[in-house]
Ligand binder design. Structure first.
Ligand code: FAD
Length: 467
């Protein structure tokens, strides 16, 4: 019998911690560490065995590493940062025979994702979080009023029940928990479907000779729109190479397409593949509301990913922090109602949710325009403006720059006009999200106003409605 199985066999069939967190990823570890630091009893349930926990498909690019929440100290994570010299993106545009060098604002580290995963688990463990590995959550328990009261799981083969004041769903993309909750007693966002996701795959590739671009994140469009390949240098000889596509599109053969591109690049001749992983990730706006009585969803389970870059680690860490703080407040007052947990939604929208919703508009545009047109247009735009657009959800393009871009982008004027119109709609959204409601009762009216803007987005871009 393994240590895991022995400990599973000796723990009671029903346990009652203050908070149950499902998933030992970034969101779950930050939420649990935040709550445990206040002395509450928190259990993380993780389906993987301890030896595999933290091994998660990722491009390994950690943006905003300088300002991560403090529940897990940065010093704990730093040994997993294998490359902190990256300061720009290198956009290869074969259609235009162009390479754009675009600065990346803020601190960025390329990381050894598994090592980082082990370190955040360790950081949560240090402050008293209890981990139950080999524990697959199968069902969510609710009382007669619809309040979530716990979960049912299979732990190392044995059925277990966990009763808790609050359940935090940090189970990642397409979280199975949400299939089991009856959300009719709240305004929890259930407008979610597979077309809001991207399917992505990556390999860790070892090369003998150092690459020349070890200070850059390399991006390249896939042959079809709404997808890109990436080459992110963990070190000058260890590269995270991957690609993804929007699930609105015809499925790509990810493994073959990556192989084909690797074969065209001389720097990967005789390269060795060390690890392979793939997964889905949300590339959509954040959930309008991710709270329900006794329950909050965070990280990928609530759409906290930058929908244009696919970066979700920072959103997961902050989503975890804000949900953790809302949980502490609810435990202290004994009120776990939707209204009591609502502030979590507000903090997410205020910090990054509004920005991600605006960026989603460009994602929608990218599904409707021709890839050559889009690339021609990108090649014509000034790099720093592109960087601004990519990370802030908006960019200030004055008349002089607009005229220059137009001159440089002859042949793509139709697309550039659509882009400028789309940018206006993205700005309208940003403004609307600034007035995100302070209580659940006002959500429906706000959603109507947002949906009116989205109608204009579909009209401007010619894209199929996404939501
Ligand atoms: C190929 C790829 C590349 C990416 N590249 C980047 C990048 O370079 N930079 C970046 O910032 N982001 C990137 N992302 C996104 C990023 O990985 C996610 O946004 C982030 O990991 C989300 O963290 P999370 O804690 O919400 O979910 P996850 O990290 O997915 O953690 C969820 C955890 O829940 C567990 N779980 C799931 N279901 C159950 C269940 N029923 N019972 C118990 N446990 C369960 C899982 O085993 C897992 O450990 C990438 C994603 C993919 C797929």
């Amino acid at each position: 019998m393994s240590t895991q199985e022995q400990s599973a066999a000796t723990t009671p069939k029903t346990q009652s911690p203050d908070v149950v967190v499902v998933g030992a990823g970034t969101a779950g570890c930050y939420a649990a560490a935040t709550i445990a630091r206040e002395g509450y009893d928190v259990v993380i349930l993780e389906r993987k065995p301890e030896s595999e926990a933290g091994h998660i498909a990722c491009g390994d690019a950690l943006k905003g590493a300088d300002s991560f929440p403090e529940a897990i100290p940065k010093s704990k994570l730093e040994p997993a940062f294998t490359n902190t010299d990256v300061d720009h993106g290198r956009f290869e545009i074969p259609q235009e025979d162009t390479v754009l060098e675009i600065p990346i604002p803020g601190e960025l580290a390329v990381i050894d994702r598994w090592e980082y995963g082990r370190r955040i688990i360790d950081g949560a463990d240090d402050v008293g979080v209890d981990f139950h590995y080999d524990t697959v959550v199968k069902n969510v328990l609710q009382d007669d009023d619809g309040r979530v009261t716990g979960v049912e799981a299979i732990r190392a083969g044995d059925p277990r029940t966990y009763e808790a004041d609050i359940v935090i769903d940090a189970a990642g993309s397409l979280s199975v928990l949400q299939d089991h909750v009856d959300f009719s007693a709240s305004s929890f966002d259930t407008n979610v479907n597979y077309t809001h996701f991207c399917s992505a795959y990556r390999e860790i590739v070892h090369v003998d000779e150092p690459v020349e671009w070890d200070d850059a994140l390399v991006f390249k469009p896939t042959e079809r729109a709404a997808g890109y390949l990436w080459y992110f240098p963990r070190t000058e000889t260890e590269i995270n190479a991957g690609l993804g596509f929007q699930m609105t599109e015809e499925p790509m053969k990810l493994v073959d397409d990556l192989k084909r591109d690797l074969e065209t690049r001389p720097e990967f001749r005789d390269a060795e593949v060390e690890d392979k992983l793939g997964a889905a990730l949300p590339t959509r706006r954040p959930y309008d509301s991710a709270v329900h009585p006794g329950y909050m969803a965070i990280g990928d389970a609530a759409g906290h990913v930058n929908p244009t870059t696919g970066g979700g680690i920072a959103g997961a860490a902050y989503g975890g922090k804000y949900a953790g703080e809302a949980a502490i407040e609810a435990l202290e007052t004994g009120d776990v109602s939707e209204k009591a947990l609502w502030e979590y939604n507000e903090r997410v929208m205020d910090h990054f949710g509004a920005r991600y919703a605006a960026l989603d508009v460009y994602n929608i545009l990218s599904t409707a325009v021709d890839v050559d047109d889009l690339m021609g247009l990108l090649a014509a735009m000034p790099g720093e403006k592109l960087a601004e657009a990519l990370y802030s959800g908006s960019t200030s393009i004055g008349p002089k720059l607009a005229a220059e871009s137009l001159l440089n982008s002859r042949g793509h004027w139709g697309t550039i006009w659509t882009l400028f119109q789309t940018k206006r709609r993205a700005d309208d959204l940003l403004e609307l999200y600034e007035g995100y409601p302070h209580h659940p009762a006002a959500l429906e009216h706000w959603q109507q106003r947002r949906d009116d803007i989205m109608e204009q987005v579909y009209e401007t871009t010619g894209a199929e409605p996404k939501y």
